[in-house]
Design a protein around this ligand. Sequence first.
Ligand code: GLY
Length: 379
Amino acid sequence: MDRDVLIVGGGTIGLSIGFELVRQGTPVTVFERDQAGRGTSYQAAGMLAPDAEIEFEERELYDLNRESLRRWPDFAQCVETASGQSVDYRNEGTLIVADDRDAAEALERLYTFQRGQGLNVEWLTGEEAKEIEPFVAPRLSAAVYAPSDHQVDNRRLIDALRVAFEAEGGTLHEDTPIDAVVPDAEAPAVRTANGERVVGGRIVVAAGVWSRELDGLTPDATPPVRPVKGQMIQMRRKRPFDLQHVVRGPEAYLAPKSNGRIVMGATSEERGFDTTVTAGGLYDLLEGGWEVVPGIRDLPVDETWAGLRPATRDHAPLLGKTTAPDVVMATGHYRHGILLTPITAEEIARLIRTGETSDWLQPFSPRRFSEAGSTTHSA
Ligand code: GLY
């Protein structure tokens, strides 16, 4: 009988790779240090926004993001069918808004770049933006509408993925931190924090910001990920306030979910593993959100938190074979973990099943930072 693929990390990435493999008949065990999906995946905003989040000089990453968005509706349907639960896929689009002249100039530079890259975006006056989304501020300087950007409810997604994975026969061990991977072409294994050695067929490291803490990998196979803190606020819809679009202002974004959650984020801070929520962080978000969507003033706040984005040196993910035999990496998704879930799951599952690295994965090789690397990523 085939030995299980052992996946370290039970967030969206680990569970979706597991789901993809088990539904194709490959046995999988996922190890999660805490509760499945209660780390970065839970703390995200669920935006599927390649057009709004495109960065200058990151064309290869944009293409990966865009292809993953193309796959999202089918992926959502598979997860919903297997779990019987909705992931709240929404396709209203993103409004990127400017509230003063400086912000409008920056937005125009972004828009020119987006158009130059052939993106489906539209320049709007403040009044036109208000026709699309009545809850944006009355006197915006300008806006860009990105109708092809979508969103899901990341919290519903992670709950559905977990059910789908187990319904297809996957094994999930929660509260089971993994201390080390033991690369070995014949019998790759992981070692749990209480010393148990579990032998598998292949190992997938999908532990997000915690991936770097695993022992057992040589320095050139250790994922170069670092945490980038993002503070967030969750408010609750109170009608008549009923925001429908993701709105991105210069200092904050708002993502409304169908069940009434309104997720507002996010700071971007280099503070290691610190997840303290600070007065200054909340103040910046509240002010930035209020400038562009003033109706949030009367909304109840029901949660604040700080998440940790797994960032790499070039802000692109680490996807594929490492220099260690039988250890595959799927981490470093930085700002795009939820967006990149379908393509990561499908292409990493294909790699595990066939041994072939697809053209989609090639530029994102985990070996690209080491001298042994055979590919480079130009971002
Ligand atoms: N993608 C949203 C964020 O990183 O805050």
